[in-house]
Design a protein around this ligand. Sequence first.
Ligand code: FMN
Length: 369
Amino acid sequence: MTDLTFGWFLPTSGDSTCLGDPASRIPQSLEMFDEVVAAVDNGGYKYLLMPVNATCWEATVVASYYVARTKNVAPLVALRSAYCNPSLSAKMFATLDQMSGGRLCINLIAGISDDDTLADGILDSKQVRYEKMEEEVSIMKRLWTSDTPIGFEGKHYNVNQVIEPKPLQQPHPPFFLGGGSEQALDISAKHSTVHLFWGDRPAEIAVKIKDMRKRAAAYGREGALNFGMRLQIICAESEGEAWEEAQRLIAGATRFNLINNRDGLNAIEGIRRTSEANQRVWQLLDESGDDMKIHPHLWTGISTVRAGAGIAVVGTPKQIADTLDEFVEAGCTSFCLSGYPHAKAARLFTDKVMPLFKGRLADTLPTAA
Ligand SMILES: Cc1cc2nc3c(=O)[nH]c(=O)nc-3n(C[C@H](O)[C@H](O)[C@H](O)COP(=O)(O)O)c2cc1C
């Protein structure tokens, strides 16, 4: 039977108990993170996603802090291309992999909005950021495995270094990648250990996985690429309670009332222009009708209040497990999850849903090949 891995999300830009009500926001604090990390580290999860954007606490720094304070879980550190010199990234991640005893995963992303990266002083278009991503990953992989200067000459980087330390995980820590454009899919096929999808109907994911397997096969990597879903979880003892909780979570919100986005509608338009993955998420919201469902237990309501991971699995533990199993049928083996508030939702998933996957959980992180 398939070995599955579960991961959770660390809300380093803040948490909430009701997304429609700005007063319910839980600000970032070490205390809040500690509670989430404890729930995840003791809860059977294999990795903890640490996002990046202007409002998040810095992901690699947060990861370094928590590898020293956890025993089980691996940080899945988001790395935005074009932000960091690749030789430095290779060194930082190899060091972190050594210091964590081989607990590190890297999430490759190009950035959800051109406006946001521009505001940071990064002048590259998304296309160039993806070109740089491809070179950055190639450079890191070579620096991690070479004992002689690598002589890398690319369009954007020339690197001729040999570095220590090398990562503990061999040949290197797993790369995850989240993105929906042609460039994202090509880089993921070539380099990823896990390609991550935001929520969609299982039948759509099956089609996307078939396509990704073909792309990976063109690089001789068909068996090396795994697939994961980035989903929200809204779980309760009865289905009625779960739907009530879903409605309560966005009570007070109107469509595209994105409380977590400082620039409101302008930011939304920037994300809509830049991110094909996000265009699909909001297309699903538009198609979903009044009940905001796209499938019996898949709900787009959270996409009214945030970008990105706005699709939730809603129901009883059994209904949630069955829906996740539809994604397993489609070819997924990993689930990167979250719920509001994050610590409580992580504990609930551990207690009520994970036992339904007994005997099917992997002992280790997905391994790079
Ligand atoms: C699972 C997943 C996680 C992501 N995490 C982040 C993130 O932490 N920060 C960010 O700026 N963008 C994040 N993104 C968005 C990516 O930056 C992605 O590159 C963006 O959608 C633009 O590229 P695309 O047109 O290829 O989809 C994520 C995307 C996915 C699918």
